[in-house]
Design a binder for this molecule. Structure first.
Ligand SMILES: Nc1ncnc2c1ncn2[C@@H]1O[C@H](COP(=O)(O)OP(=O)(O)O)[C@@H](O)[C@H]1O
Ligand SMILES: NC(=O)OP(=O)(O)O
Length: 312
């Protein structure tokens, strides 16, 4: 029997706020991933980088200002590449250790990946992707005055926002496919992929952070996956989120989801891209389903006991 293929997207906010927290978080994440591998699923793991990419950019800017005379801003695609490296390797080692502990012989690989975007994507004129830490209203105001756009992020405070164009093509798709077919658990498309444009065969990075849920949806569709699992900070998707009449959803059809989007039920830069990613995946082929839930609930969600499932 053919193995079921699953793309698991891990939220950037679930990776901790510093190197030590990340090590602890990935150890827990690895247990969930290896539980799924033990069920005989083919796994591809993607991850967010919102908090991390903002932190890297700030750190690089401070380094550049303090330690060189030739100050040069570190481009966002370079920061995304750095985030793919250090998050990927921590995840890879944690998964490998968990497999080893359970006596399972499965290979794990991290693939740095570049994702093409359209340089005319209107997202470049309308930044919506929150990065870095949460800010107070005063800090956000000061940033705005200095030309750094900020937005309120789903009732949790303010954050810097950057352009988040739609992913069009995953450049390393063939490599990823080859490794999955060879039985590897593949970690890839971290932080949505390094955003690039292709100009006559020359790839150049562009200043953006692709939404990892959108990149994961494209990856899942291109790999012909059966399931996209988006693990985040809520057990279920809600309508009237955070209000008195909040209602948790267990099952959502594409048509219902589109209706709720029209009613602006899902916050931009947080839940909206997840729902849009789920819709695109469902529409990319028969029987394709997305589960949105907490990391701890992944197995229960797959068993149909919790989470929100989005399907045609
Ligand atoms: N309608 C909604 N239902 C559930 N959560 C929502 C909704 N709208 C906004 N959210 C927020 O979206 C968050 C998930 O988005 P985000 O933090 O960006 O995800 P990630 O885990 O990928 O970093 C939830 O923790 C919640 O605060
Ligand atoms: N790149 C990205 O989507 O990161 P988050 O999931 O952390 O927002």
């Amino acid at each position: 029997m053919e193995k079921k293929k699953v793309v698991i997207a891990l939220g950037g906010n679930a990776l901790g706020n510093n190197i030590q927290e990340q090590k602890e978080a990935v150890a827990k994440t690895a247990q969930v991933i290896v539980d799924l591998a033990a069920q005989g699923l083919e796994l591809v793991v993607t991850h967010g980088n919102g908090p991390q990419v903002g932190m890297i950019q700030k750190a690089m800017d401070e380094l550049a200002t303090n330690y060189t005379d030739n100050y040069m801003e570190t481009p966002l695609p370079t920061c995304v590449a750095m985030s793919q490296g250090y998050i990927g390797i921590d995840l890879q080692n944690a998964i490998k250790y968990e497999l080893h502990r359970r006596g399972m012989d499965v290979k794990v690989s991290t693939i740095l990946s570049q994702v093409e975007v359209d340089k005319n994507d209107e997202a470049f004129r309308n930044p919506t992707k929150p990065i870095g830490r949460f800010l107070t209203e005063e800090e956000a105001k000061r940033n705005q005055e200095n030309g750094i756009p900020c937005m309120e992020d789903a009732g949790r405070g303010y954050r810097v926002v950057v352009a988040s164009p739609m992913p069009k093509k995953i450049r390393e798709l063939l490599t990823i496919k080859t490794l999955v077919d060879a039985g590897h658990i593949v970690i890839t498309c971290g932080g949505g992929g390094i955003p690039v444009v292709d100009e006559d065969g020359k790839l150049s990075g562009v200043n953006a952070v692709i939404d990892k849920d959108n990149a994961s949806s494209l990856l899942a569709a291109e790999l012909g996956a059966d399931y996209l699992i988006i693990l985040t900070a809520v057990e279920k998707v809600a309508i009237n989120f955070g209000k008195e009449n909040q209602e948790w959803l267990s099952d959502l059809t594409v048509d219902q989801a589109k209706e709720y989007i029209a009613q602006e039920q899902f916050a931009k830069g947080s839940m909206l891209p997840k729902i849009e990613a789920a819709i695109r995946f469902a529409e990319s082929g028969e029987g394709r389903r997305t589960l949105i839930t907490l990391l701890d609930k992944a197995a229960a969600g797959i068993a149909g006991e919790t989470g929100t499932v989005i399907h045609k």
